[in-house]
Design a protein around this ligand. Sequence first.
Ligand code: WTA
Length: 643
Amino acid sequence: MSDGKLEIDKEREAEILKAEAELYPPSPETLEAARIKDVEAFYRRSLDDLAGFWEEQAGTLEWRRRWDKVLDESQAPFYKWYVGAKTNIVDNALDRHLKTFRRNKLALIWEGEPGDTRTFSYQSLHREVCRFAGVLRSMGVKRGDRVTIYMGRIPELVIAMLATAKLGAVHSVVYGGFSTEALADRIEDAQSRVLVTADGGWLRGKTVNLKQIADEAVQRSGYVEHVIVVRRTGQEVAMEAGRDYWYHELMSLPIALPRCETEEMDAEDPLFILYTSGTTGRPKGVLHTHGGYQVFTSSTLRWVFDLKDEDRYWCAADPGWITGHSYIVYGPLILGATSFMYEGAPNHPYPNRWWQLIEKYGLNILYTAPTAIRGLMRFAESWPRRYDLSSLRLLGTVGEPINPEAWRWYRNVIGGGRTQIMDTWWQTETGGFMISPMPAVPLKPGSATRPLPGIVADVVTEEGKSCGPNEDGLLVIKRPWPGMLRTVYGDPERYVSQYFSTFKKQGWYLTGDSARKDADGYIWIIGRIDDVIKVAGYRLGTAEVESALVSHGAVAEAAVIGVPDEIKGQAIHAFVILRQGVPVPLEEDLKAHVRKEMGPIAVPAHVSIVPVLPKTRSGKIMRRVLKARALGLPEGDISTLEG
Ligand code: WTA
C-alpha cells in the first residue's frame, strides 16, 4: 500500500507522526466524573466473554420476551443477536420513560433557523408519535412496510421515524439535501407506498423546495400512493388531490389518537434502511434491526458521552444520516436524555450562531464533524469568545479524520482547554461508535484511540497479517457486534461480497478504510480505500455523481474523484468527455444539473472537459492518475494505462 503514495497522503503521515507524541490525559475532574474509570479492565472483561458482555448490556433495556441465545453465528456472516427476544425499540425510546420521572423531562429542545422554538417532554413526544402512527396506519401502513421520509431538521422528522417504528414498519430517511434522482432511486429501491415530506426547509435565509423535488421523484419512481406534507415554510406548493395530504390536517382528524399500541417485534426484525454509497454502482440500503441496534446505540452513547440525567446534549448532525439516527434519535431517547436540535447552518446569519445556542440553552455536550469545526475556525476567535461556553463538558467529532490543528482549536477555544474530545470512528454499517475514546482515556489529537469494549478491530495487510506499529493497512473488525448491519436491503449477495469476501476465510468485516496503529495501540484512520468520497463529512459514491453527470444530454462519460479541500476535507473534481456534435455546455450548466439530480452536496467544485479518460486495459478508470492530474503531481506508474 506504500507505493503510489501521493503528496497529500504524506502530509497526513507527517501530521500523524507529530501528533502521536502529544498526549492529553483527562483532567482530575473529568476522571472523577467519568462513569468508567478503568477502561482497560472494562475492555478486557468484555473480550473474555463477548456474548456474556453483550447480554449484560442488553439487561439495561426493557424486553417483552428475553432471548434464548445472545449470538447465533450458524449462518455467518448473517449473524443474529438476541435470538428469540421480543421487543420494539420504541418501548425503550419512549414508552418505558412514561413510567418514570422522565415523563416530564424534556426529550427534545428544538430551534428553527428563523429562531422559532419548540420543546417536547417525553410525554408530549410520545403523544405526537402515537397520533402520527394512527395517521400512518389509516393509510394502510403496517408491519414490514417501508415509509420514506424526506425533510429538513425539524421535529416532525423524528416523530415520523418513531411512528413508523412503533407500527413495526421500516423507515428509510433520505437526507433533505439530496435531490430528485437520489430521492427517486431510494424510493424505488425501498418500494415505499408512503412518503412523508415538507413544503420546504429553511437554509441560510432561503427556502428549499422540498415538495417540488418530492413531486418529481414520486413521478419518476412510481410506487408512492400517499404523500404527507408538513407545513414548515408556508411557501406555495402544489397538492395533488387524493394523493397529497397536509400533516396538520391529518393530525386534527379522529384517526390521530393520542394512544397507539406499539407493535411487538422480533429482535431481528428490520427497523430501518439507510442508503449509503459503496465501491460501485447504486447506493446500498443498509439494514438495521430493533434488538441489537437498541443495545448498541444506547451502550456506546453511555460509554462515550457519559450522558447524565441533567445533561443537555447536542448532536449537530442531520437525522437523515446515520449519526442522526443513532445519536440524535435512538441512542439519546433510549437513555432518557435531553437532546437539542437546530435546523440551520452554523454560520448563518453570522458565525456566532452555534455559540449563541450553546450559551442560550446551557448545552453540555457538542458532537459534530471536522468540517464544521474547520469552517468555524476560519472566523476570528472573538466570535466564540464573546459567549459563555463554560457549560460544555465534552466535545465530539465524527465523519472523517480530524486534523490535529482543528482538534486543538476545538479543545482550547471551544472547550476552554477543559474538555476531552471524543473522536468517534464508525460507519452507517456499524450502527454506532466502534473506535473511540471514553472520557477517562488519554488522547492524541487526530486519533480515534482504541476500539470500544466488545469490539475487536485490527489493522492488517492484504494477506490478513496484523500490521506492525505505524504500518499502513486495512482496518477490519474481527468479531460481530450487535449494531452491525444485517444485510443490504434486497441484495444479500452484495452484503457478503462487499464486506465479507476480502477476508472470507477469517470471517472479518472489511471497513473500507485504511489505517495504522501506533506503538501504544492507538488507531489513526487514513482514509477510504475505495471510491467513496467524503465531502464535508457526507458520504458520496463516485458512481452516483458520475451517473448524474452522464444524465446531462451533453455528457458521454464522466469520472469523479475527491481532491483535498481545506474546509470540507474533500471536494469533488469531475472529468467529463462530451458527446460529439452537441453544443459545449458551460461548466455552470453541468454543476446545476448535478445539483438538481443529486443535491447541493454532490456538486463538483471543478469540472474538466477532457478528450479521454485514463483507463486500465480492463477498462477501469485510473482514479490515481486523475488525482495526480488534478493536483498537478507526477502521475506515477502508468504502465497499465490503455494504449
Ligand atoms: C469516515 C459516519 C476518521 C470513515 C458515522 C468511515 C472517520 C466513513 C471517522 C463512514 C473518524 C467516520 N475519523 N474517519 N472519527 N468517522 N469516518 O457511513 O472513512 O457516513 O468509513 O458514517 O467515514 O461514513 P458514514
